[in-house]
Design a binder for this molecule. Sequence first.
Ligand SMILES: Nc1ncnc2c1ncn2[C@@H]1O[C@H](COP(=O)(O)OP(=O)(O)OP(=O)(O)O)[C@@H](O)[C@H]1O
Length: 315
Amino acid sequence: MIKVSNLTKRFSGYTAVDDISFEVDRGEIIGFLGPNGAGKTTTMRMLTGFLHPTRGKIEIAGCNVMTNPLEARRHIGYMPESCPLYTEMRVDEYLKFRAKIKEVPRRDLKNRLGAVKEQCGLTQVGGRIIGQLSKGYRQRVGLADSLLNEPDLLILDEPTAGLDPNQIREVRELIGRLAERHTLLLSTHILPEVEMACKRVLIIDKGKIVASDSPESLQKRLLGDAQISADILGDAQVVEDALKALESVDLVISSPQEDGWTRFTIDSASPDIRCHIFDCVVSNGWKLRELHTENRSLEDLFVTITRGNPVVEES
Ligand SMILES: Nc1ncnc2c1ncn2[C@@H]1O[C@H](COP(=O)(O)OP(=O)(O)OP(=O)(O)O)[C@@H](O)[C@H]1O
């Protein structure tokens, strides 16, 4: 659906996007992550034909964006970071206006308007003035706009930026529903958003793609070792020594809890040694009330990657 080859954008000597290449298959949901100024918006604007690259090639659904921008755009629904809505217009009026610009055939207009309003939960607010809507609803109008031309590909630039937690939840749910029917490229700073929705993440830093993989395998490959937490009742020193003696255990840290319990934090080179810990506790007659692998978040991963750690190529 998207094929980007050696894409570069320079602004008066400054390289905002530096020779990036990636592909997105039809139906994929991709999180596009990066710190401020990494080049996300610049990349998205080039993908949608709003900004001309300095170098490189972009194909959307087989159309070359540089040589055939109008045809390529027919496949794309784009919601820019700050949605340029005409705030004095009513929702219906605005969507009709946008549909005409997007050359939605007159005979389809009513159906398309009805469908996108339904999809975005706007059916009740068609007569409202956009400027008087909440930011969450304005965001929905932006999304409805991006869906008018029945695009195969949705490109959303920080769709939840500036929304309050309730609005974020609503817009996320809406995006989740849209993801069932579209290929989706979603840029965001909010990492749980990506963990929830995206099957693959592309991480861009200083204009370069530094990682491309599923959140789970990136976590495994970058953070590698497992960290396990176990609450055990027994002589703390004896337990600690026994845990340290287990194969593939690198480090055990103990911290006393109430009523004689101790929490052991165990670093291991093996992905999961919980069964061995359990057997060790049982064979020594100790008690166990908690045993789990600590989940390292995408946030840890993001910080690791964008602080100059090794580049992770797609597997
Ligand atoms: N029109 C422009 N002229 C000059 N420099 C620009 C222009 N647009 C973007 N840049 C620069 O290119 C770099 C990448 O910007 P971009 O907006 O793509 O980053 P981003 O990853 O989207 O950041 P954010 O998360 O803050 O939106 C930044 O250093 C920015 O200042």
